[in-house]
Design a protein around this ligand. Structure first.
Ligand SMILES: C[S@@+](CC[C@H](N)C(=O)[O-])C[C@H]1O[C@@H](n2cnc3c(N)ncnc32)[C@H](O)[C@@H]1O
Length: 236
């Protein structure tokens, strides 16, 4: 198992600092959204996530842990140590086994084809280079593996979209999240085939199902991540 590359680009360190700063209040700030919509959408997304070994990117405080399948090994990464610590507490409280790893989605510390599937909720709005992050997802998921995303994106309505563009610098500073990204296009640009895209909330929320297709022949064989992971912040 290779060590996680150090998180050292200025943009990634800024993202890390922003999420470390808000980790303690993150769940509280999102209570209304979870209650009104996100909770149901998480359940719906994760209902289709299967495989012997699954990667969750940007696990945050672990809100998806209740939806991880009990018969699946889940490896979950995040760039923020403080968010990961909260995810570790949640996993312990729920008595769920999750391998939590400190890593940047843009440089995942896993070999090619290590996972059967990958999932992320509300993450690629804040990864500094979302296409690079999604290319990494493409690399570490096996051929014909599934990628399941729940993301907020720029509104399709041109007026609302423009307002989101104007508000974006403030949103990024306050929360770390870009509110005007076109994450569906980024998925396709990263080489992940779009199987299905569902829109909710006036087109601002997307449930994206993708697949990795076939890797050109001659590339690396599957090698599952080792049990003991470097940077595992929650070894239990
Ligand atoms: C809006 S939160 C969502 C957390 C969780 N997925 C959820 O649905 O509650 C975004 C998460 O992505 C993480 N993140 C942002 N950029 C990242 C990166 N480059 N690599 C790994 N995690 C990242 C943040 O630390 C944060 O925990």
């Amino acid at each position: 198992m290779p060590a996680s590359p150090p998180i050292e680009t200025e943009e990634s360190l800024t993202t890390q600092r922003r999420y470390d700063r808000q980790a303690a209040l993150f769940d509280l700030m999102e209570v209304p959204f979870e209650f009104l919509a996100f909770g149901k959408l998480r359940r719906r997304l994760w209902g289709d996530v299967d495989g012997a070994i699954v990667l969750e990117i940007g696990v945050g405080t672990g809100k998806n842990i209740p939806f991880h399948r009990a018969d699946t090994r889940t490896v979950a990464v995040d760039i923020s140590p403080r968010m990961l610590r909260r995810a570790a507490h949640r996993a312990r409280r729920l008595e769920r086994d999750v391998d939590l790893v400190l890593a940047d989605a843009q440089h995942l510390p896993f070999p090619d084809s290590a996972f059967d599937a990958a999932s992320a909720t509300f993450v690629f709005c804040s990864v500094p280079d979302p296409i690079a992050g999604l290319q990494e997802v493409r690399r570490v998921v096996r051929d014909s593996g599934r990628v399941h995303l729940l993301e907020h994106v720029r509104a399709p309505n041109p007026v609302v979209g423009r307002l989101m563009d104007l508000a974006n610098p403030i949103a990024v500073r306050m929360s770390g999240a870009n509110i005007n990204r076109d994450t569906v296009s980024s998925v396709a640009k990263a080489g992940i085939a779009l199987d299905d895209v569902e829109s909710r909330g006036f087109g601002i929320i997307k449930i994206v199902r993708g697949s990795t297709g076939q890797r050109p022949s001659g590339q690396e064989e599957r090698e599952p991540p080792a049990q003991e992971m470097t940077n595992d912040v929650a070894s239990r």
